[in-house]
Design a binder for this molecule. Sequence first.
Ligand SMILES: Cc1ncc(COP(=O)(O)O)c(C=O)c1O
Length: 343
Amino acid sequence: MFNLENITRKNILEMKPYSSARSEFKGQAEVFLDANENPNETLLNRYPDPLQTQLKNEIAKHKSVKPNQIFLGNGSDEAIDLLYRAFCEPGRDKAYVFPPTYGMYTVSAAINNIDVVELPVYPDFKLASLESAKSSVNTAGLLFICSPNNPTGNIIDQKTITDYANHFKGLVVVDEAYIDFSNEVSTTSLLDEIPNLVILQTFSKAWGLAGARLGMAFASVEVIETLNKIKPPYNVNTLSQKEALVALNNRAETKNDIDTIVEEREKLILQLEPLSQVLKIYPTEANFILVAFENANDLFKKLIEKGIIVRNRSQQVKDCIRITVGTPKENALLINTLKEMQE
Ligand SMILES: Cc1ncc(COP(=O)(O)O)c(C=O)c1O
């Protein structure tokens, strides 16, 4: 039986959190002399709401979760770090990852002094079945499943996720940074059934707010309470909270952006296929395409010389470059440049 207290670091269970002025007084008042702010009213002279109540209420409606099942952080990267600090004890617990995948799981593990276990994937990047990986998953900690996966673009089916979650003694973290570009539904619908599930999403991709640094974690009320207990008091600034609310109120615009990006992705795939340098295009449900090229390293450098920056992933996947879907104009420029570079 999963027990959150058993996997929470002892120092975190025992600590008393910082209590900020803005979390001690929550009501309406005329005069605020409690937080040592500059009293002259501007857009930013007051501290932000430490628990981002208004924004969480809006997100909750949109994502069909309860506000107290939401944690907001300075990017999903902050949520990843806090999950390690709360629920992964160096020496006792481990991080489990399925490479090739998003690099911060391993970087954050290193910062937090946590050993990483790499679990196998099939050539099409589907995860090893629980049966075949079970003997390696023998501690608690964090098990990361990125879906759609970065840099490969494939979605992980929900059966695989539930299999791992039902077996694992720690938290299964499903990173859905790119879910809005996919046909698959979010695993948030499983939250009430699976107590050790954490789902990460972000305003950095489909929502067009990478500069705002705003990540979401959805989990049980108990997991969220622990993350709130250890986060820096004002981790999401006023401007980011406002911009996210604006974006949520302009949902139709975001939906439009997503539709255009997905159309452009499919168009790009069709245009890449006949190129002589292209060895393989991996199926993708994200806003990027993993492509194997002949002489990938040379091609990567030549594209930089032409002012086009893509991501060289050939260290992670042989011969591969990851191409983010850009505007129609940017995509056309990339294709024309690749055409010119054909022998
Ligand atoms: C899979 C994945 N998760 C998380 C992030 C980081 O998201 P954020 O900008 O919210 O920190 C990225 C960024 O590239 C990503 O690819």
